[in-house]
Design a protein around this ligand. Structure first.
Ligand code: NAD
Length: 351
């Protein structure tokens, strides 16, 4: 076994159907008396429900979270938290809402209690992102790591089927890269493999029956593990490509992760044999790259970048942007290799 460093990030996790009922007690345990509840406009009813549960411990709701945390929205949310004298933030929703909570914590160091309702995994990471004038800036800061996370699978029962599938592959992508990124170690590898297994079991179940609670629980449990390993290890070529494609062409986050993943895995196949073995064992497939692609196809996920709005003429520029500042990757990042990867993802070819 190679030498390694391992760091676990401090977060309290409360998991289970109807775990949301425990929220008031969890807010109290954070020592908070005035929680500001965040959501997107679409999930306002959830924010109101949470504020109702909190009673006097609710300072109010801010149901204005949007994708990619624009600085203007972050400023408004910070002002609202100051105005209401909030001493805690409850972020209920997907990565966009949790991202807004992180923006507030970065400004004021308020503790975050996250209630994730997608599989994006942001609740387990100290990574934040803010968008200013169309440019997304990301960073790591311990202040933005939620202190408590409540995973209640019943809150995911209405996550639309296609979003469930692409969000699930977004989570799997975190675990896949954690297996071969810098900072990978035997403990995170174990968690990554189990996270992939749980999602690969849960996703077909919820594709068949959207409200299958067992499948929803498997997926949310997998998302927790995948988010955890993203938070403690690094990222590699897959995440670099998705950041370039999302940041420059504004392609949808979870769909982009889904489409690129089998091609990034194929790119690294020979360079990361131990990681591939773990993915294959977790997904019960003889080949990690084709196994992921075949599962995507079976679950009717989008397969090609062209179907989500990428233009063929832009592939060259995307490769150049990746080459400007590549992330660590087990196989060296070459322009020809990246162009070939992008070409496969653009046309949705089986890798
Ligand atoms: P999202 O948060 O943008 O949610 C998409 C839509 O789905 C929203 O309208 C939301 O209200 C709705 N929704 C969420 N849960 C629902 C549910 N259970 N039922 C019905 N509707 C629901 O999507 P996302 O994919 O979770 O997050 C994407 C964002 O998160 C991106 O900006 C990405 O960069 C960020 N992210 C950050 C990290 C990190 O570590 N910082 C990790 C992963 C993703």
């Amino acid at each position: 076994m190679n030498a390694f460093d391992f760091e676990s990030l401090p977060a309290r996790v409360v998991f289970g159907p109807h775990a949301l009922a425990r929220l008031p007690r969890e807010v109290e345990q954070l020592g908070a008396k005035r929680a500001l509840v965040l959501s997107t406009p679409q999930q306002r009813a959830l924010a109101e429900r949470i504020a109702g549960l909190l009673g006097e411990r609710s300072a109010g709701i801010f149901p204005h979270a949007v994708m990619h945390v624009p600085v203007e929205v972050a400023r408004c949310a910070c002002d609202e938290a100051d105005r209401l004298g909030a001493d805690c933030v409850v972020a209920a929703g997907g990565g966009s809402t949790i991202g807004l909570g992180k923006a507030i914590a970065l400004h004021s160091s308020l503790p975050i209690l996250a209630v994730p309702t997608t599989y994006a995994g942001s609740e387990m990471t100290p990574i934040y992102g803010l968008t200013e004038a169309g440019h997304k800036k990301t960073g790591r800061d311990r202040r933005v790591l939620p202190r408590t996370v409540i995973y209640d699978p019943t809150l995911t029962l209405d996550l639309p089927p296609m979003m469930s599938v692409t969000s699930g592959f977004n989570a799997i992508a975190h675990a896949v890269e954690a297996l071969y990124a810098e900072g990978s170690n035997p403990v995170t590898a174990m968690m990554a493999e189990e996270g992939i297994r749980a999602l690969a079991d849960g996703m077909p179940a919820i594709s068949e029956h959207q409200r299958d609670l067992e499948g929803r629980s498997d997926c949310l449990y997998g998302a927790w593990l995948c988010g955890s390993v993203l938070g403690t290890t690094g990222m590699a070529v897959h995440h670099k490509l998705c950041h370039v494609l999302g940041g420059t062409w504004n392609l949808p986050h979870a769909e982009t992760h889904t489409i690129v993943l089998p091609h990034a895995v194929a790119y690294n196949y020979a360079a990361a044999p131990e990681a591939m073995k773990r993915i294959e064992r977790a997904m019960r497939t003889p080949n990690a790259a084709t196994g992921i692609f075949d599962l995507m196809k079976r679950l009717n996920a989008p397969l090609s970048l062209q179907e989500i709005g990428m233009r063929c003429d832009d592939l060259d520029r995307a490769a150049s942007l990746v080459m400007e500042a590549p992330y660590y990757n087990p196989r060296s990042t070459t322009r020809e290799g990246i162009l070939c990867l992008l070409d496969g993802a653009f046309f949705g070819r089986r890798p």
